[in-house]
Every structure is written in structure tokens, then in C-alpha cells.
Design a protein around this ligand. Structure first.
Ligand code: GDP
Length: 361
């Protein structure tokens, strides 16, 4: 599954955020076939369309799309040079598809800062440098081997060339993501700076309500996405039950933070986007559900997400767009006004397609 790793300086709030993400894990119970590891937080991507579908189809359950957050890596200045440690400090983060960098903005005198001073721009720079240095090590380790192997196996020559270019970019202090390289050729190296980044600015209520500050932080990381949240408050929010008192408390906390939805929801949504994903929907009396596909997936590929047999035996997809379905009020009504289409194997799925697949097994 597609996943996001979390990095940041000590005391930025990574564990607090990660705990909130893992406790939010009520979803795991709804996915009996997914093996959820203890170091994985599964977060639902909020989607109001699912409630509307559940209403139309009388579904018992709603299953949103999910994003997985895996593992945390604390990074300090010099981490990449850790004697004998090599790159191990980045552990599972290497395998993740995107990176969420947690940056401290909250001041709180009770929580020390490694550099003695809360300075988001500096912190982001420190992390960037460490990630570039870590990648440089990976590249330096790989080059002699690639050089040797590419003499025997000519198909590796383009890889060697691209890794050599990556080295130059890294030595210039740049990440490889925007260096105009062919990332497919670099894939096996799992370079940290080849991944997409999401920046989480960990704030207290004061900063969350400071638009000027938020604007500066956004500019700092653009074009990457910036999310502003209060990790400690988010952790409290997910602990709240769902009785009336808890609802009221939740509403008050969100109002204090000047937001309409929890930061974790925004993070899940942005994570989903950053990973280049979209959803299609299925609905019936049992469940209304969002399924995750890469943007550009065809109908058979989409069917394969439900079950690999569905992709192999794909015949047709019966599709109605969510808006048409809601306007018609029911599947039967949508059919009677000609809004339900039969699509074949070349159809490229659109976000919000409500689908029923026809297949041979
Ligand atoms: P990590 O080292 O990045 O994993 O940071 P932690 O999650 O352990 O947080 C470090 C300390 O900062 C803990 O005492 C947290 O309770 C506190 N903390 C985390 N998030 C916030 C926040 O949003 N506001 C405030 N005031 N404190 C926070």
C-alpha cells in the first residue's frame, strides 16, 4: 500500500502526531484483510460523498479511502554521518512513497528545542541537508557497484548515467526530485530527496490563528503542501468519544484552533493528493466505500483493486457520476434518465465515479 513516512528534529512533535494517527486507527477493524503493523497509522480520507451514497443505498457501513503513515525518523544535524550507523536512522522511511516533515512552530518554553530556538526555516534547512547527505552516501555506495556491473550488463548504463547526474545534483545541495532526472532509473536507490514532501507545521492555537505567519511558512515550502495543526490537541481530539459531551468539546477545540476540521483530516487529504491518488465509489446495502486508484487508472485496473480476479475477468463497468446519481435520487432513476453508462476496458476512471463491475470469474 502507498505510505508516508514522518521525519523531523527531536521535539518537533513527531511521536505526538504519529500517536494521534495510530489512535485514529478505528478503521483497521473495518479492513479485516489488511495486515496492520504496529508502526503503521491508517487514516481515513474524509469524503462527504460516502454519507450521501449510504443514504441512497441504505448502507450499513461507510468505508473511506485510507492513507498509511509508517514509522518516524528523528533527524539531528550530523545524523547522516553517525559513526557506523550509515543510513540506518532512516529505516522504513526509505521505502515510503512520500515524506511528511514535521516542523516545530509552537513555542512552549517547557519543551526544549535542540538548537535552543524555535526557527522553522532553520529546522527545515537542517533536515534538507541531512537528507541530501544521506542520499549522497547511498549514491556513493552504489556507484562503484553500478560501474562494475554496467560493464557486463549494458542495460545498466543508463542507470549509471542517471545516478552520476544525481550525485552532481546532491553535491550542489539540491534534492533529486526537481533536478530534471529520470526518477524511474533511480528508483532502486530509494533516495529520500526523490520523494514528494508534505510539511506539517506543528503549532499551538496562537500560531494557528496567525495568518501572516502561516503565509510565510507556506511560501517557505511552496510548491510543496503545508499543513498547520496542533499535534497535542489532535491527539486529544482522537481520544474523545462520540457522545454529546465529546461532540461539544470537539466543536470547542476546533473553534479555538480556528479550523473546521481536525488537522489529521486535512493531512490525510493532502497525503492522498500528494501520492497522486484518486477514488472511485461503490455502494450497496452492506457498505458505501471509496476505493483508491492512481490517477489515470483504467476500469479493469480499478476493478483489480477490489480483487485481482475482477481485473482478469473484467467485462464492463456500469458507471454513473456521483453528481448525476444524487440528482436522480436513485440508481433506477439515474438509469431511466440515461445517466448510467456502460464502459469498456479502455475507460479511464474519473474521480467520484460510482461503479458496478461486470466480470467473469
Ligand atoms: P518528537 O521528538 O518529534 O517525537 O516530539 P514529541 O512528539 O515527543 O513531542 C515533544 C514534546 O513536545 C512533548 O512533550 C509533547 O507533549 C510536546 N508537544 C508536541 N506537540 C505539541 C504542540 O503542538 N504544542 C505543544 N505546546 N507541545 C507539543
Amino acid at each position: 500500500a502507498l505510505s508516508i513516512g514522518i521525519v523531523g528534529l527531536p521535539n518537533a512533535g513527531k511521536s505526538t502526531l504519529f500517536n494521534a494517527l495510530t489512535k485514529n486507527d478505528v478503521l483497521a477493524a473495518n479492513y479485516p484483510f489488511a495486515t496492520i503493523e504496529p508502526n503503521v497509522g491508517v487514516v481515513g480520507v474524509p469524503d462527504s460523498r460516502l454519507a450521501a451514497l449510504a443514504e441512497i443505498f441504505g448502507s450499513e457501513k461507510i468505508l473511506p479511502a485510507t492513507v498509511q503513515f509508517v514509522d518516524i525518523a528523528g533527524i539531528v544535524r550530523g545524523a547522516s554521518e553517525g559513526e557506523g550507523m550509515g543510513n540506518k536512522f532512516l529505516s522504513h522511511i526509505r521505502e515510503s512513497d512520500a515524506i511528511c516533515q514535521v516542523t516545530r512552530v509552537f513555542r512552549d518554553e517547557d519543551v526544549t528545542h535542540v538548537d535552543g530556538d524555535v526557527n522553522p526555516a532553520n529546522d527545515i534547512e537542517t533536515i534538507s541537508i541531512e537528507l541530501v547527505l544521506a542520499d549522497l552516501q547511498t549514491v556513493d555506495n552504489a556507484l562503484p557497484r553500478l560501474d562494475k556491473e554496467s560493464r557486463k550488463d549494458k542495460s545498466l548504463v543508463p542507470v549509471l548515467d542517471e545516478v552520476t547526474k544525481a550525485k552532481a545534483a546532491l553535491e550542489a545541495g539540491d534534492g533529486v526530485l526537481n533536478a530534471g532526472l529520470d526518477l524511474a532509473l533511480l528508483r532502486d536507490l530509494h533516495l529520500m530527496t526523490s520523494k514528494r514532501f508534505i510539511y506539517v507545521f506543528n503549532c499551538d492555537a496562537e500560531e494557528l490563528n496567525d495568518d501572516e505567519l502561516k503565509g510565510r511558512m507556506r511560501d517557505l515550502v511552496a510548491p510543496a503542501e503545508a499543513i498547520f495543526l496542533d499535534a497535542r490537541a489532535e491527539a486529544e481530539l482522537v481520544e474523545l468519544g462520540d457522545d454529546e459531551d465529546a461532540e461539544q468539546m470537539r466543536a470547542e477545540m476546533l473553534a479555538d484552533m480556528g479550523v473546521e476540521e481536525p488537522g489529521l483530516d486535512a493531512l490525510a487529504r493532502v497525503g492522498f493528493d500528494t501520492l497522486g491518488l484518486q477514488t472511485y465509489l461503490t455502494a450497496g446495502p452492506k457498505e458505501s466505500r471509496a476505493w483508491t486508484i492512481p490517477k489515470g487508472a483504467t476500469a479493469p485496473q480499478a476493478a483489480g483493486v477490489i480483487h485481482t480476479d475482477f481485473e482478469r475477468g473484467f467485462i464492463k463497468a456500469e458507471i454513473v457520476s456521483f453528481d448525476d446519481l444524487v440528482e436522480a435520487g436513485s440508481m433506477a432513476a439515474a438509469k431511466s434518465v440515461g445517466k448510467v453508462r456502460m464502459e469498456g476496458k479502455d475507460y479511464v476512471m474519473a474521480d467520484g465515479d460510482v461503479v458496478e463491475f461486470r466480470f467473469n470469474v
